[in-house]
Design a protein around this ligand. Structure first.
Ligand SMILES: NC(=O)c1ccc[n+]([C@@H]2O[C@H](COP(=O)([O-])OP(=O)(O)OC[C@H]3O[C@@H](n4cnc5c(N)ncnc54)[C@H](O)[C@@H]3O)[C@@H](O)[C@H]2O)c1
Length: 245
């Protein structure tokens, strides 16, 4: 069991959905959390949490956010890279700007945050968990940018795990199936998603339901905790069986 009491956990992309459930789970376990997210209207600095409004796709904004964080925290135990945007569009409908946005939020943000956090993680023997997707492993029509970004997250995770292993920093990723969050619900607003209806999407999961944000938070806490001390470079599927066949 990990003693999370007083541990410092940064969640990049944690104002809603999986990230919010993850921040809540860490705090319930006794950790203090910092969240960087574009959705915040204002910053919050409190005893058990720090919330900073940051566009994680913007290198200068990320650098400034870490400077503000280090003014309050002298250490970091876990970095969770969870920010993500989805794009439901055929290749022909996808603009260069939309492609770049998906890559910059889903992938470049991880590069920027890992680079800024690594010195502190090395000092504390901390670790990193990235959020990929079950769509890192299978194709999906109208998801070229999203699936490409998530497949890249898996190999980014593996390569960084090799780079940091000698320093004792583990790097893993979690690969959720369809989880009932605002991001998923947006896919089915206004028009049917490319998979058809929400019921059709549910039917693609052998467990016969959508996942809950708390179920992915539990995987993230496991991967970042002491029970996973020999786990690095792994891509943990938590997809209700979506990718079995
Ligand atoms: N919901 C699913 O079915 C599902 C499945 C697989 C993977 N994922 C991944 O899980 C992660 C969380 O998604 P979610 O479903 O909880 O969605 P969500 O929309 O509820 O949460 C995503 C968070 O990322 C933040 N964010 C987006 N762009 C940002 C930016 N530029 N800078 C800072 N923050 C930004 C949003 O404000 C939000 O708080 C994403 O990486 C997503 O790709 C989700």
């Amino acid at each position: 069991m990990t003693d999370w009491q007083g541990k410092k956990v940064l969640i990049a992309g944690g104002a809603s959905g999986i990230g919010a459930a993850t921040a809540e789970a860490y705090r319930r376990a006794g950790a203090v959390t910092a969240v960087f997210d574009i959705a915040y209207a204002a910053d919050t600095i409190a005893e058990d949490r720090i919330e900073l409004a940051v566009d994680l796709a913007d290198a200068a904004a990320v650098e400034a956010a870490f400077e503000r964080l280090w003014a309050h925290w002298d250490a970091l135990d876990v970095l969770v890279n969870n920010a993500g945007v989805e794009l439901v569009a055929s290749l022909e409908e996808t603009s260069e700007a939309a492609w770049d946005r998906v890559m910059n939020v889903n992938l470049k943000s991880m590069f920027l945050c890992c680079k800024a956090a690594l010195p502190r993680l090395k000092a504390s023997g901390g670790n990193i968990v990235n959020t990929a997707s079950q769509l890192a492993f299978v194709g999906a029509a109208s998801f070229t940018a999203y699936t490409a970004s998530k497949a890249a997250v898996v190999n980014f995770t593996r390569s960084l795990a090799l780079e940091t292993a000698a320093a004792g920093v583990r790097v893993n990723c979690v690969c959720p199936g369809a989880i009932d969050t605002p991001l998923l619900r947006r896919q089915f607003t206004g028009r049917l998603g490319p998979q058809g209806s929400l019921d059709d999407l549910v039917g693609m999961h052998p467990l016969g339901r959508l996942g809950r944000p708390e179920e992915i938070a539990a995987c993230i806490l496991f991967l970042s905790g002491g029970a996973a001390s020999f786990v690095t470079g792994s891509a943990m599927l938590a997809d209700g069986g979506y990718t079995i066949h």
